[in-house]
Ligand binder design. Structure first.
Ligand code: ZN
Length: 340
């Protein structure tokens, strides 16, 4: 039994260590000082692109603040850590959109601020984590503002944001804003190689060097999706696949498909300019080079604009008709005569 306990304790420790990604080590030191020197701000906003590990860091920080032990990491064994791991910590509140593609609602924030007005159950901090800050609708943001304006000791509100420019300015001004650093390529590929082996670098590149995005691409099997988008670029241009049919085949994962189209087209442009060092899809150099020969620069740049617009529409979740949106993209790609 002792052997088993030792082993499981070790597993927990290893897991805990793993959670602080190498690219967040400096930030973690800073967060640690906040706790050790009793300088924890009342509200903190972590920002950076999706896929860098913000949520994992924010949860680990929340766990650290709630942990009863005095150590460099959440101890994983005190009552607070055990409750946190079991998702039953009475003083931790995790707020996110209740349904996919909806905003965080005022009722959710009201419930939170009511809870934060009470004292904590375990006698320490109360911590709220809001993901994502830009997904609070206006009334929800206003409801939170009152709590931010009158901070109470022992309450920490952590917000995370992919697009801090979309967060209400009044909220932003009340938070300590930490722009998280991007992983450098070596750190990220080393970390990914331990998870994905030799394929780590391929996924890192197709995921814009964002390690968590790369991992999720690998887990979701996104490489065939990327390959299919390259196939459509070739086949539609050659006229062997009908754009309308292609659009009908591309209705799942629209955002990822459009983003792949964009990075593929960016690579075609880079190759045409003979800038081959930073390709996202360097494993597909030859087909991209061939495609580049048949498409002019103005056409490629105009096509990029179309893609950016389409991506914005999908991200804003305006009820765009996906079939029409993809048709427009593919028809544009098929014919040259729209370019003036
Ligand atoms: Zn603990």
């Amino acid at each position: 039994l002792l052997h088993f306990l030792n082993r499981s304790e070790r597993t927990i420790r290893e897991k805990t260590v793993d959670i602080i990604f190498p690219w967040f080590k400096k930030i973690w030191q800073q967060l640690l000082h906040y706790k050790q020197d009793h300088l924890v701000p009342s509200a903190i906003l972590f920002s950076g692109p999706s896929g860098m590990g913000k949520l994992t860091l924010a949860k680990e920080f929340a766990k650290l603040i709630l942990c009863k032990a005095d150590s460099n990491r959440p101890c994983a064994s005190c009552r607070s850590c055990v409750l946190f791991e079991a998702n039953t910590h009475p003083d931790f509140y995790f707020i996110y959109p209740e349904e996919k593609n909806t905003a965080i609602k005022i009722d959710q924030i009201r419930e939170l601020t009511d809870a934060l007005a009470q004292t904590s159950s375990l006698g320490g901090y109360q911590v709220a984590l809001i993901s994502l800050a830009e997904e609070m609708n206006k009334s929800a943001a206003n409801a939170l503002l009152k709590t931010l304006e009158e901070p109470r000791g022992n309450v920490l509100i952590i917000l995370i944001s992919n697009q801090p420019s979309m967060v209400t300015a009044t909220i932003l001004s009340r938070c300590q804003h930490i722009k998280l650093p991007l992983a450098n390529k070596n750190e990220a590929s080393e970390w990914l190689n331990t998870k994905l082996g030799t394929q780590g670098l391929t996924f890192l590149r197709i995921a814009d060097n964002l390690p968590l995005k790369a991992l999720s691409y690998a887990e979701q099997g996104m490489l065939p999706l990327r390959d299919s988008m390259l196939f459509y670029l070739q086949a539609i241009r050659e006229g062997t696949v009908d754009p309308i049919q292609a659009a009908a085949d591309c209705l799942n994962h629209p955002l990822e498909r459009l983003q792949f189209l964009m990075t593929l087209v960016l690579d075609i442009i880079r190759i045409k300019f003979s800038v081959n060092d930073h390709l996202n899809h360097c494993d597909q150099l030859m087909p991209l080079k061939e495609l580049g020969c048949s498409v002019s620069f103005p056409k490629l740049f105009k096509f990029l604009e179309e893609l950016v617009q389409a991506i914005e529409m999908v991200m804003k979740r305006s009820n765009a008709n996906l079939q029409l949106l993809m048709e427009k993209i593919f028809i544009y790609w098929r014919y040259d005569n729209e370019v003036s």
